[in-house]
Design a protein around this ligand. Structure first.
Ligand SMILES: [Zn+2]
Length: 550
């Protein structure tokens, strides 16, 4: 058994809080008869855990832990179910996706006719001229991409803007193009793209900086209340799949307030580590805040920058052209090297972790160069530079990452969920994409992440995708990058905590850590890797409280 000594407990609770407590070692709750995988190397398997005040006091066998119970201890029989630490979605957009849920039409439907019908229903309830907004659309899941003519038919009297679930591209109708004064002759803006068909006419598909022109025309009607409701509803969604912590990968001040308000209202079910948008950095810096501010529920993370576009939407900046897209198209660059360096250096000097979105090999090369330069100029002992997504690697790039101990935060289920776009990259290139095997072999600590809404925040899907490298149709992409279940679970739990400097707080089931865990209907170690997705999450505990029960 591993047990917290009274002195450890006092330290972990903070001396002010714990000193007046006389019986701090008395468990409030004991879970027993479990098949527990702890992700604690000192004791990988256990049957029982004892907890108090939302933290684990002891982890071990039934015989070791049950005798700690007093008459007041609540004892819960796990009936030999499998238990894992709660999962950490190391890159997601919880509050902003929750706000979208409140306002927008969900377009995660595989039929263009059905999407048109859903948009038409919303248009009928919306005064003409006001915006009809869609989200969660994925052009890989419909027989062909939706276009401006479909959207014109669905809502001829409304501007219609349908966001791709990846967030970097959108599909707009003719009224939106008119409002933005974009015609067939309008050149692409820097870092952006207006797609044309073979005859040179706009299709309504717009990429990255091309969207900004239209986004700024959409009135922001979100209230403070909306952000709180968003944090509450996404907490329910995430805990239902076993996610107990998430890194909000691009939080505005309103988003951070949403987490705080939900927490104050007792509605926050997940722990949030909030990367702050580069454009909001000065607000936070003016208040003297830097990475680590907050507590184990809501904490300020790194500063978020962007080096390129998206993988699922084919705007990542690659050294070799996409397969099947004309004109040797290689994707889009976002922030310039100068911007990345200036913002990065300022933030690094002020105590911020740097977290930069970089998918393509050229984008990763650029940001690594910036990190190398900043660390040389202003050396920091443990900077934990992050590369968000970090999708397409070469051996040389991985070597440079190892030198600097950079943390990759790759997409975990893209092979499974976005297999329909992998042909744009090709079998050869996918052997170097989301390269979990290569990261682990190099001694790096990759996390698991969904980038929700870009893909589902669903740990069982992550594990299946990483173990099999198989898409929904059974195609295999990059079998050389398969990892083991133990490795995948560690990436999704303790590596996520490490990437947020929180390995002392969470990520494994050991005394002193928060009582965040998930109870599964079946044992993943006994399941066929191709069937992990079928394993039901039965219950999710966060801070010693069941936040989800099926
Ligand atoms: Zn993201």
């Amino acid at each position: 058994m591993r047990q917290l000594s009274r002195r450890d407990f006092v330290q972990s609770m903070g001396s002010l809080l714990a000193l007046p407590l006389l019986r701090t070692e008395e468990p409030e709750t004991i879970l027993y008869n479990g098949n527990i995988w702890t992700v604690d190397e000192a004791q990988p398997r256990a049957q029982a855990v004892a907890m108090r005040g939302g933290r684990l006091l002891a982890v071990g066998s039934n015989d070791d832990v049950l005798p700690l119970a007093t008459a007041r201890t609540r004892k819960i029989d796990l009936a030999f179910k499998s238990v894992l630490p709660g999962f950490n979605d190391a890159h997601a957009h919880p509050v902003s996706s929750g706000v979208e849920q409140l306002r927008k039409v969900a377009c995660d439907i595989d039929s263009i006719d059905k999407i048109k019908a859903a948009l038409r229903v919303r248009a009928l309830k919306t005064p003409p001229g006001e915006w009809v907004l869609g989200f969660l659309y994925d052009d890989g899941k419909t027989p062909r991409p939706i276009n401006r003519h479909d959207l014109d038919e669905a809502a001829p009297d409304h501007p219609v803007f349908v966001h791709h679930r990846g967030g970097h591209t959108a599909f707009v109708n003719s009224m939106v193009l008119q409002l933005g004064q974009v015609s067939d002759q309008t050149p692409d803006p820097p870092g952006g793209r207006f797609e044309h068909d073979a005859a040179g006419h706009l299709t309504g598909f717009v990429g990255d900086a091309g969207m900004q022109l239209f986004l700024k025309l959409i009135p922001n009607k979100n209230t403070r209340e909306d952000y709180r409701r968003a944090a509450a509803s996404i907490s329910k969604l995430f805990t239902s799949t076993g996610v107990t912590s998430a890194c909000d990968a691009d939080a505005t001040p309103e988003d951070v307030q949403g987490y705080q308000d939900a927490r104050d209202a007792g509605e926050l079910g997940i722990r949030a580590y909030c990367h702050v948008s580069a454009r909001s950095l000065d607000h936070f810096m003016a208040a003297g805040i830097h990475t680590g501010f907050g507590d184990e529920w809501v904490r300020i993370g790194g500063v978020k920058m962007y080096a390129d576009g998206s993988i699922s939407e084919r705007t990542a900046w690659l050294s070799q052209p996409y397969i099947g897209i004309p004109n040797n198209y290689v994707g889009l660059q976002l922030f310039s090297r100068e911007q990345l360096y200036e913002i990065g250096r300022k933030a690094h000097a002020a105590g911020w972790q740097l977290a930069t979105h970089a998918n393509g090999d050229l984008a990763i090369d650029r940001i690594l160069g910036v990190y190398e330069q900043i660390q040389k100029e202003l050396p920091k002992k443990d900077p934990r530079f992050r590369i968000e997504h970090c999708t397409l690697l070469t051996d040389a790039l991985i070597h440079r990452m190892r030198e600097l101990q950079v943390i990759p935060a790759p997409f975990s289920c893209y092979v499974y969920f976005h297999g329909d776009v992998m042909h744009y990259y090709g079998e050869e290139r996918t052997q170097h994409m989301f390269p979990m095997r290569s990261f682990l072999d190099a001694g790096l600590r990759p996390t698991d992440s969904s980038d929700y809404t870009a893909s589902p925040s669903d740990p069982m899907m992550w594990l299946q995708s990483q173990l099999t490298r198989k898409d929904m149709k059974g195609n295999v992409w990059g079998a050389n990058q398969r990892i083991s279940l133990q490795e995948a679970i560690r990436c999704g739990t303790s590596n996520g905590a490490y990437a947020a400097f929180e390995e002392g707080v969470k990520g494994s089931l050991q005394p002193g850590q928060v009582a965040d865990l998930v109870v599964l209907a079946q044992d993943p170690f006994k399941a066929d890797p191709s069937e992990l997705l079928k394993i039901q999450v039965e219950r999710t505990m966060v801070g010693g409280i069941w936040k989800y029960e099926s």
